[in-house]
Design a binder for this molecule. Structure first.
Ligand SMILES: [Zn+2]
Length: 314
């Protein structure tokens, strides 16, 4: 049992407090697109700081808030940038791990431009977060409550957020490969469901695309160690899949990570078909485009997604 730093206070029985990390965590890895080695340090942050990245390889204007309106590129991953043009690439799996572990506030330091891909899933980040645990801060957590349905996309690809009591995600995907085909999954993100249902699902790519991506300077760090690689109807990885429907689970992991750029935990139900980072970001921009779509209110429920799960590791 380890002693957690910070002070834990109870505001009242129904209030949920904001959290941060119990200690500093460092890891190293490679950026899947840049191919660059990167050292990443996650640090505790005060209440209302949110999730903020800091580029240690840049001296000035090196801080970027992980918010939807700082998203500047969604081609293969989610890239954010500040007004000085300082970028951070591929934030989505780390954001999913922080959100899924109930972390409201943290500073993420990087000595290169891209978050390390680790094994292509969010599980290594969840493990690191659980190693240091969470601490509660003396401020109530706020949630983004969806008050009416908001939809983006067309009949073929779409994403919707609609009012619900918890955070739920529901997605259908359809790929022209026997290895993937049609997959559909719904997860209610309560009681540690992020960790058990989604965190271990890895990113994936198609062998036929690898040469094109590499010639564009992308996927330089991609390998069978950090991606499921699909060749026609086959999966190349020796170990096969972690779940029969690992592909749709990973796409749901991406949804959780992208929606975490809302800046608050979400009280609402996401429904989508064939979504990606672009639609996920368009959805948040659509929600915030009209104040009638949402309200930001203190979180009141416990025992749900809104309750940090990482402390359970102690
Ligand atoms: Zn992903």
């Amino acid at each position: 049992m380890r002693e957690l730093k910070g002070k834990s206070v109870t505001l009242n029985n129904s209030t949920v407090q904001q959290t941060t990390l119990g200690d500093v965590i460092t890891c190293e890895g490679v950026g899947v697109h840049s191919g660059a080695q990167v050292k990443m340090t996650l640090r505790p942050a005060p209440a209302n700081a949110g999730i903020r990245f800091r580029r240690l390889d840049i001296e000035r204007d090196n801080s970027v808030a992980a918010l939807y309106d700082n998203v500047v590129d969604t081609q293969l991953g989610t890239t954010i940038a500040n007004t000085a043009g300082v970028r951070v690439l591929t934030i989505e799996h780390l954001m999913a791990a922080l959100s899924g572990s109930g972390i409201d506030n943290a500073i993420i330091e990087l000595d290169a431009e891209e978050v390390p891909i680790m094994d292509g899933s969010a599980a290594p980040f969840v493990f690191l977060i659980e190693c240091v645990g969470t601490v509660e801060l003396e401020e109530a957590r706020k949630v983004l409550r969806i008050t009416r349905p908001v939809r983006v996309g067309d009949h073929d690809r779409y994403a919707t957020l609609r009012p619900a009591e918890d955070f739920e995600v529901d997605l259908a995907i359809d790929f022209n490969s026997g290895a993937i085909g049609r997959q559909k999954k719904h997860v209610r993100l309560v009681n540690g469901a992020f960790k058990s249902e989604l965190a271990r699902a890895r990113t994936f790519g198609f062998l036929k695309d690898v040469e094109t991506l590499r010639s564009m300077g992308l996927a330089q760090g991609g390998s069978l160690d950090n991606s499921i690689v699909v060749d026609g109807d086959d999966i190349i990885n020796d170990g096969g899949l972690r779940f029969d429907d690992e592909f749709v689970r990973h796409k749901l992991l991406d949804v959780v990570g992208d929606l975490a750029t809302a800046g608050h935990a979400i009280e609402g139900r996401f429904e989508g078909a064939r979504t990606g980072h672009t639609l996920n970001n368009e959805l948040l921009r659509a929600v915030f485009s009209d104040p009638a779509n949402y309200e930001v209110v203190p979180a009141t429920r416990s025992g749900s997604y809104l309750q940090p799960v990482a402390t359970a590791a102690f």
